[in-house]
Every structure is written in C-alpha cells, then in structure tokens.
Design a protein around this ligand. Structure first.
Ligand code: SF4
Length: 346
C-alpha cells in the first residue's frame, strides 16, 4: 500500500480487492469500495470530497487517513496539434514525462507513459539517456500518469504505449502489474496496450510464456550490428541476430505479430541501402514496421531526414511485402521527445 510523505494511504492504483480491504478497515461496505473504484478509474476525480454519492461522514472518515493522489503536475505543454506533454512529480521529488496524443481523424486517445525515472540503456539519440538511470517506477506511479491525464483533460484514455522514459522490460514486474490494472480496472483491451523495448532478450522470452501479451514493439533503428551498436549500446549485449531469432520464437509461441520501430535519422540510417538491409533482416518475421521521423533535441548532432529519403525508405520496405506506417509527428513545437522536458528542468 503506497502512502504519502505524511503517511496517508494513496487510493489511486489500488485494485477493487485492495479498495475492499481499505473500506473494510474503516468499517465500510464492499459496495463503498466499488463506488470509490468508479470515482477513481471511470470519473477520474482527484479528491475524496468529489465522491459525491458517498455520504459526507464517510468521506470525512476516509479523508482523515487517505488521499486520492499525491502526484503533482510540475509542467504542462500543449502543442498546436493537441498533444499535451506533462512533467509529473512524485513525492520523492523525482519527475517523469507523460504525453497525451490525439489524432484528428481518430477517436483514440493515446497516453505515452514512462516506466522508469531516467534510463540505463544510453541510446545515443535519446534525451532520457542523458539523465542516466535513477529508479524504477512503482505500478501506482505508472498508473497515476494515465489518471493524471484523465483528471486534467476530463477525457478517457483508450490506448497506452510504454514509450516514455525508461526501458519497460527492465522494470517488467511493475509494468505487468500496471498493465493488469489498465486492462481490468480501466477496461482497456490488451491489444491497445503496447510495450516498447530496445530488445532485452531474456525478458522478451519471459513475456512469451505469459498467459496474455500486450503488443510488443521493438526499437530497432538500424539493420546491422555495427551501425546499431554505435547508436544503441544494448546491441553489444543482445545482438541483432539473437534478437531476430527471439522475435521469431516469440511470434511462434504467442501468435502475435510484433511491431518494428525504426527512427529515421538523416545520413545515418535513412539510405536505400539501409532499407534493403532492413527488408532482408525481417524476412520470415511476422511484423509491421513503424517508421519514426527523428525529432531533434537541442543537445545532439542528429538531424531530421528529408521527405524524399523517408518515401524511398518506405517504398523499399513495402516492396518486400511488409506493412509500413509512418508515425505522425506529434508535438514538434513542444518538448515532446522523451526526456527533453526532464532535461530542461534539470
Ligand atoms: S530510447 Fe528508451 S531504452 Fe533507449 S535510452 Fe531512451 S528511454 Fe532508454
């Protein structure tokens, strides 16, 4: 059970069973737990006083020992395309970034959540890597990111992607606990939950053995060992050959298609030659490809690719029979790339 600095119980992130134990401990019925559950997950309130179908005396009793949340919005940036980026602060002072993305022609509202404060993986294109690894997030801290978005906007998040700060598979147990709550308590379908990894092979194998799997996305970003190693040090531990075999086994074990994420960086990995090598690498793997246009941050030397190179790259991959999408750019007028806002604050 999470508590605030002043030792009050934090209700957000609790399952119905945990809320039932809480109402039981204050001499209230199981039905009250259901009401609290609805207020937290479906109506997204931030304060016990807002739970208006619960009697004032019960709310007062609850408020003496509990709060809904202790997470603070430290910064909030709104893009002209509707993307909202939050910098959220937890009670120990640490901050993470969370982004709400919306797309004009779709009803989906996607939250991009963080799984760790900082990250140990040190990918060269990533602003979060510059923070280093600080700590794992608890399941509640992951869940609170989505709740904060819902409280702030009054909207219901429909899709969640673990593509914010941190490597989710290096905090797998907590990420899976949060996924369980997203699935059962937020009622978000498992296929609408996506975990993105830079390729932690043992954890991908572990995920394959579970009863259910969220959608798995792999940050590939280069089609050959040396190029990938120069961008992503994790390649020296879990190399492309082993990763590809693990992914084929994963698809075989689970029947689930994987998503390959490939960030196009000008002059580095956006050539036709790279596209051909990528197409060859992915032969035999049931995968969709998501091309991401590099979003420059002010602390590195990488640049955005040209429209021409993006189209040529996509064309080569499509010729190989793969389904290819180009991720729509969101929030390019704010610090929307993972880690940019945190870096600014540090
Ligand atoms: S891209 Fe992801 S895995 Fe790589 S350093 Fe950044 S947060 Fe970590």
């Amino acid at each position: 059970m999470d508590t605030t600095n002043s030792n009050k119980i934090i209700l957000s992130g609790m399952s119905l069973d945990e809320l039932t134990a809480f109402t039981d401990s204050i001499g209230e019925s199981k039905y009250k737990a259901k009401q609290i559950h609805n207020w937290i997950y479906l109506k997204s309130v931030s304060d016990i006083s807002q739970m208006t179908d619960i009697s004032k005396s019960t709310r007062d009793k609850m408020s003496d020992i509990a709060v809904v949340t202790d997470v603070k919005i430290k910064n909030r940036q709104v893009s002209s395309d509707g993307t909202i980026k939050y910098l959220l602060q937890f009670s120990d002072g640490n901050c993470v970034e969370t982004v709400l993305m919306r797309f004009d022609n779709r009803a989906n509202l996607t939250a991009c959540v963080s799984s760790q404060v900082g990250c140990a993986c040190n990918c060269k294109f990533c602003a979060t890597a510059k923070l280093g690894f600080i700590r794992n997030l608890t399941p509640r801290e992951i869940i609170e990111q989505v709740l904060t978005i819902q409280r702030d906007t009054g909207l219901k998040v429909t899709n969640i992607v673990f593509m914010g700060q941190g490597e989710p598979l290096l905090n797998l147990d907590n990420v899976l606990s949060a996924i369980d709550i997203f699935n059962k308590d937020f009622v978000i379908g498992i296929r609408r939950l996506t975990v993105s990894t830079c390729g932690i092979i043992p954890q991908i194998k572990k995920l394959a053995q579970m009863d259910f799997q969220p959608t798995l996305a792999i940050s590939l970003h280069a089609p050959e060992h040396s190029l990938r190693a120069s961008l992503m040090p994790i390649e020296n531990k879990y190399n492309l050959d082993n990763l590809m075999q693990t992914l084929k086994d994963y698809v075989g074990d689970t029947g689930r298609r994987v998503t390959i994420e490939y960030t196009l960086i000008k002059g580095f990995n956006d050539t036709v030659d790279c596209a051909k090598k990528l197409a060859k690498l992915l032969i035999g793997l049931k995968a969709n490809i998501n091309l991401i246009i590099y979003n420059p941050n002010d602390k590195d030397d990488f640049e955005k690719p040209s429209k021409d190179s993006i189209q040529k790259f996509k064309y080569v991959l499509e010729q190989s029979g793969k389904k290819v999408t180009i991720r729509l750019e969101r929030g390019s007028d704010i610090d929307a790339a993972c880690g940019q806002l945190s870096n600014k604050y540090r």
